[in-house]
Design a protein around this ligand. Structure first.
Ligand SMILES: *[C@@H]1O[C@H](CO)[C@@H](O)[C@H](O)[C@H]1NC(C)=O
Ligand SMILES: *[C@@H]1O[C@H](CO)[C@@H](O)[C@H](O)[C@H]1NC(C)=O
Length: 511
């Protein structure tokens, strides 16, 4: 029965995507491909995270992270026995990463600092690991030399393992203070050279997968109650770090601080747009994006629909805390990619469809949270590992995502100021290990030198960046070169498929 439902969903999705892919431009002019340019100064970028790319997991004084521990232990649900011990070896080959950015011509680079590399014992009141401080300083200096803006994430999931063992990780509100100390150290040490900070990346996945389903490190299957407590602490840790920046570093450093939040997009299927269904779709987004965004960008509290759904399981913010949590972000940072859409697909109900529609979610953010400035901090899809340099489907999706952003700006007035194409290089893809690739640059993981080779998507992105959008000389190629529906979306359907039972489990928990 469940399989039958899955098939129906897959079929509906295929039809829907197919319809969109071949949509007659004259009929839905606002949904057609838009030939136009982005506002001048648009912050084109690309990004990586420390655990996925750095490697050197035990080199030069780095401590163990929960992800090191998880991938080294037998309990991990990750494909085969893959680790990120070397991964893309960016700790060693960071200069090549900068060269890759230069080749793309981008103006920003999002990367994350490894907390256990800076503080092997997780304690930012102790002496930092100087090798790590020097490494990140060199990287930041080189980026600035090349006129590439560093966008620095403090925490992209690689919590020091010692904090997991000593406190139970993010379940424990002691982590709120420890994170703030770590954040303060980073602001103090690197902040004079960094204008954009992101406290953490997609806390939804940490809460749901790290502590709910256990398919991400630290691998705890605590169900909804575990996820809810963890989310509560993550939100408070973010808010505390923001306040520290605001009070002590902003006056001199004048940077901006936000948090990357992930989302899917779900809407009623054609002919099913009843008021009840629309309300359910709204609740679906509230259960994912709103869970974190409503406290931070809304009224300081969880969405009402979440309170009804979880009742007493949902931790509460005191009146004072609500005031303290709200407005703790200087812009909105969105992650829109396969990880959220996969989970989102599990949340669909009859008559609903999850689509990779970046334009709609951007509009939703504008309407819901008072028209904030938005950075698409992670945009992109993935290819199967077997796809090499010629990543045609990735180009198609990149083009459509970026065009959706352009439409959101031009037609819907969303204030998007940057786009980070994810990711710069192939790396370790969490519970998918090396079975999927997300890089603009190809890496052969069997070769010790980890040469970065630009994929066709890198060349395509380079052109979009150089043109600052989509010039109309492309019109001809666009119309004539439209891919056959089954070609693209046959593949897209398989990429959107629910690939692991864990995802079903996640959906059960998320309900
Ligand atoms: C948090 O950590 C402290 C110190 O280990 C411990 O005493 C306390 O029980 C922990 N709290 C939770 C909720 O795990
Ligand atoms: C990397 O190693 C491969 C195989 O050993 C070799 O073919 C390639 O030339 C090397 N690349 C660089 C830049 O050294």
């Amino acid at each position: 029965n469940q399989n039958r439902i899955k098939i129906q969903i897959a079929a509906a999705l295929l039809l829907c995507l197919c319809a969109r892919a071949s949509a007659d431009v004259t009929v839905y002019s606002s949904q057609s491909f838009l030939h136009d340019t982005f506002p001048s100064g648009f912050l084109w970028g690309s990004g990586t995270s420390a655990f996925q790319t750095e490697g050197a997991w035990d080199q030069e004084g780095k401590g163990t992270s929960v992800w090191d521990h998880y991938t080294h232990s037998a309990v991990s649900g990750n494909s085969a026995t893959e680790t990120a011990n070397v991964a893309s070896d960016s700790y060693t080959h960071w200069e090549e990463d900068v060269k890759a950015l230069e080749l793309l011509g981008v103006r920003s680079y999002s990367f994350s600092l490894s907390w256990p590399r800076l503080f092997p014992d997780g304690n930012a009141r102790s002496e930092p690991n100087t090798a790590a401080v020097e490494h990140y300083s060199r990287l930041i200096e080189r980026l600035l030399q090349k006129k590439i803006e560093p966008i620095v994430t403090l925490h992209h999931w690689d919590l020091p393992q010692v904090l997991q063992e000593r406190y139970g990780g993010w379940k424990n509100n002691t982590l709120v203070g420890l994170f703030e100390e770590y954040a303060a150290f980073c602001f103090h040490t690197f902040g004079s050279r960094v204008r954009y900070w992101l406290t953490m990346h997609n806390p939804y996945l940490v809460a749901v997968h790290g502590y709910g389903t256990g398919v991400h490190a630290p691998g705890e299957a605590g169900g909804p109650s575990g996820s809810l407590i963890v989310a509560h602490n993550l939100i408070r840790a973010h808010a505390k770090a923001w306040h520290t920046y605001n009070a002590h570093y902003r006056p001199t450093q004048k940077g901006k601080v936000s948090i990357v939040l992930g989302s899917h997009w779900v809407e009623p299927q054609r002919g099913q747009a009843t008021a009840a269904n629309v309300a359910l779709c709204q609740q679906s987004i509230e259960a994912v994006l709103g869970w974190f965004a409503n406290p931070i960008f809304g009224d300081g509290d969880y969405p009402v629909s979440l309170k009804i759904k979880h009742g007493a399981l949902l931790p509460t913010f005191s009146a004072e805390e609500k005031l303290w949590v709200r407005k703790t972000a200087d812009f909105f940072a969105l992650s829109f990619g396969p990880n959220n859409l996969r989970l989102g697909r599990n949340l669909v109900q009859y008559g609903q469809t999850v689509t990779p529609d970046l334009r709609r979610i951007l509009s939703w953010i504008k309407l819901e949270y008072g028209d904030p400035r938005v950075l698409v901090a992670e945009g992109g899809w993935f290819s199967e590992a077997s796809v090499g340099i010629e990543d045609t489907v990735a180009i198609y999706l990149m083009k459509s995502f970026i065009n959706q952003v352009l439409q959101a700006i031009k037609f819907d007035g969303v204030q998007v100021f940057g786009y980070s194409a994810w990711s710069l290089v192939d790396g370790f893809e969490w519970n998918y290990g090396y079975t999927v690739r997300r890089g603009l640059f190809y890496i052969d993981f069997s070769q010790p030198n980890r040469t970065r080779t630009p994929k066709t998507s890198a060349q395509y992105y380079q052109r979009v960046v150089a043109d600052n959008g989509f010039l109309s000389d492309e019109t001809f190629r666009e119309v004539k070169g439209r891919f056959p529906c089954d070609f693209h979306w046959g593949i897209a359907d398989s990429t959107l498929q629910v690939r692991r039972q864990e995802d079903d489990f996640a959906a059960e928990n998320a309900k």
